[in-house]
Ligand binder design. Structure first.
Ligand SMILES: [Zn+2]
Length: 84
């Protein structure tokens, strides 16, 4: 078992899995995030440290997005990004 990062490991077959619950994950180390379930919400859910009105600075709509493990719901990545 090789650790890809704190949350993802790769087994001897090359399959990825969650380091916390061993849930098998789809994809490769380069694209597994795109296969994970994710939650999107308003920027205010990122916490008080993030300025909530992005329209002051950019034209794109901005969202809070969190990718998580489908087995144990550990958040693998949290970001505030333009909606695509
Ligand atoms: Zn998990």
């Amino acid at each position: 078992m090789t650790r890809i990062n704190a949350n993802v490991a790769r087994g001897t077959t090359g399959a990825l899995s969650c380091s916390h619950c061993r849930q098998e994950l789809e994809g490769t180390p380069d694209d597994y995030l795109t296969h994970l379930p994710h939650y999107e919400g308003p920027v205010t859910e990122a916490g008080p440290q993030v300025f909530p009105d992005s329209a002051v600075y950019i034209d794109a709509e901005v969202v809070f997005r969190q990718y998580y493990c489908p087995g144990c719901y550990t958040a693998f990545r949290t970001e505030v990004v333009p909606r695509v």
